[in-house]
Design a protein. Sequence first.
Length: 633
Amino acid sequence: MAKKKIAVFSTGWAADILAQFMRGMYKELSPVDTDIYLFMNYATPGETEGNVRGELNIMRLPDLSTFDGAVVISNLLDYPEELNDIFDRCRKAGIPFVSHGLIVDGVHSVVTENDVGMRELVQHLITDHGVRKIKFIGGSRDNDDCQKRLEAVRETALKNGLEFTDDNIVYTNWDLSNSEAAVIADVRSGNLPDAYLCANDELAMSAVCALERENLSVPKDAIVTGFDCLPEAQVFYPSIASVDQKLEEHGMICARQVMNMLSGGKEDLVTWIPCSFREGESCGCSCPEDAAYKRLRSGTNAFRNIQMSNAATWHCLYMERVIMGCDSYTDIKREITATLSGSHNFEGNNFHILFDPSCYRSDMGSDVTDDDSIYSEKLDVIVSIKDGNIQNIRSVKKKDLIPGIREEDMPHLYIFLPVHERGVKVGYVVFVDCFEKIESKAIREFMEKFNSAIEKARKAMYLKAINESVRELSHIDALTHVKNRNAYETRLEEARKKASGKNPPDFGIVLFDINNLKKINDELGHYSGDEYIKNACQLICTSYKSSPVYRIGGDEFVVILEGKPYQQREDLLNSFKDNMNALMSSNRPPEERVSIAYGMSVYEGAKDSIDEVVKRADVIMYDTKKKMKKENR
């Protein structure tokens, strides 16, 4: 039986929640030889539009027709258009898919019964702790989970005869500093409630910190509760009384439903999973036994997380310095490979970086496809580590996503994160089987620094390309668009250096001087004179297609002869004369019947000099000019 692939879409901000959910999915799917592909981003409504777009690009990377099913963690993705796009692509691909956290019309949805655990919590506070005055600290007004938790609080309070109005509610937009500010404002105004009921554990912990800053204690001066039962909140002091969503079980159920539908089974359109209240020290109860054990282990876990965070920070700072020293896309690829070949302890023994070639297609480093969200059909492998070894793979088809994947490989969790410069996609990074890096937020730190390094490197390359373009423009003649005298002098200096070396160069020049320019200007005007110059230049360029042409004065041009043109110099000069004679004898307008004097000379070895070559060509050219004048040409 072929290995199966399940796609998961989520933000990474709720790291603890996501890690628990993914553990549940992995526990359910790995025994049935199924890989999980988690497409994760750190988009947030508070960010710039460009950065949000760049983060969300990763959602559009997978071709869902190559997957067997999908799970969308809808309540963590605050972008309705993005959600609808994912659902539409799942439908077009014809694969079973599940929405987790939000009920979506026509989509199989697995959701938490927020109200069950929250009602239990509120009733516990009223009955067991005598709470009469409640304040709800919420996230955002438009968040479905937040509103359901709020309604459970409101209904239970009113049912027990407590007053509960809009004055009992404060919204923070999930910003912890807003939670702290609201609590401090209550303390200083003398309007402290009996209990703060927070929409999640992080808001609850920030509320506790705010109270302690005002020299108050929890639960003595005010009770504080949360929601989610995060491990961090359980080892916090006081341990946060909270509601356990049983998120690992959610992950297992979502995985099970997708696999059942894939086999032709039927599932209810909506599956409700009840949550349960868990007492804690922050409401005046004792710390749960398992939480007490976690607290004993918290020092060890904190040290491990700090080490992981430091490893991400220092490793990325080093990589940033390496990348910032790169002058080109090729340099970036080479240096990243060299760096990770030396050490990839943080990234692990399975890790991949892939770039979209379109983002570096032009010399300016600014070319992108018409739609920044569409990845190219073939992606460049910057570095690919598998089982601890660097894989020598240069590119991979977009539908395959990861280099070197084989059917016989063990099941894995592959975590895809976007590399971008604001809204421009650059590529993606793939971590493998690193639940702890999601939970500790080390992945987020890595990606923030890596994206910053790539953005700085791209800007440096862009500025370098601009400088080179400006320099190139300074070597171009404005009228004829061939190279100018500055470029000619630079080229002569290069020839002088070669001539002073051990191997004498094959080098020759042809000097040209336009005849009759003053006559054209006087009789037909300077516009016609400019046309006469451009037509003369075109004749020279046509005759010497493989050689650089320079305009070194108002009516003077030079051709440098090297390589094959040097070997064919006599034939080329004869061809030029034939072309000129054909123009001069035609019935064309005067500004098209160009007459040009010429003189050719070549470098003759060590006793010669490049400057002598120029002088000889100049003498020959003026002799030719005199002859042509006598012939009235």
